[in-house]
Structures are given as C-alpha cells and as structure tokens.
Design a protein around this ligand. Sequence first.
Ligand SMILES: [Zn+2]
Length: 76
Amino acid sequence: MSASSHCARPGCGGSAAASLTYDYASRTVWLDHPGDGPEGGWGMCAAHAETLTVPVGWALTDRRRPIIPLRPQIAV
Ligand SMILES: [Zn+2]
C-alpha cells in the first residue's frame, strides 16, 4: 500500500528520491516522484535514479522533470 521509502538497490538503503516502475509489454521504465507513481514502485535514491540504465530496447521516461512553460515570444 505504501510506496517504498528507501532505495531498493541491495546494500544501499538510501532514502528514495524516485519511484521506479516498469512495463514489460511496452518495454518502458518510469521514474516518478515517490508517492506520485503507480503503487508497487521500487524506491530509488537520487544517486541510483540518476545512474539508472535500462536494457537495450527499453525506454526510460523520467516523469520527475518539471514541465517548464516556454516563454512566449514577444516582439518588442
Ligand atoms: Zn540507492
């Protein structure tokens, strides 16, 4: 029920900065803010989330990145 609050990497135990989930069917790995992602995600500390690699043929989507609105182009 509760999201993992600690890094799932063996021997790490750092506090989770991201939640990792994956889908075999679409070969996609997602990183979400802990608590934002789907239930059952694996906790990842900041260091392990940044260095995460996915198998060949898989896509990694980091959904933690904030959406930065583009500045409107204003002609002066
Ligand atoms: Zn870690």
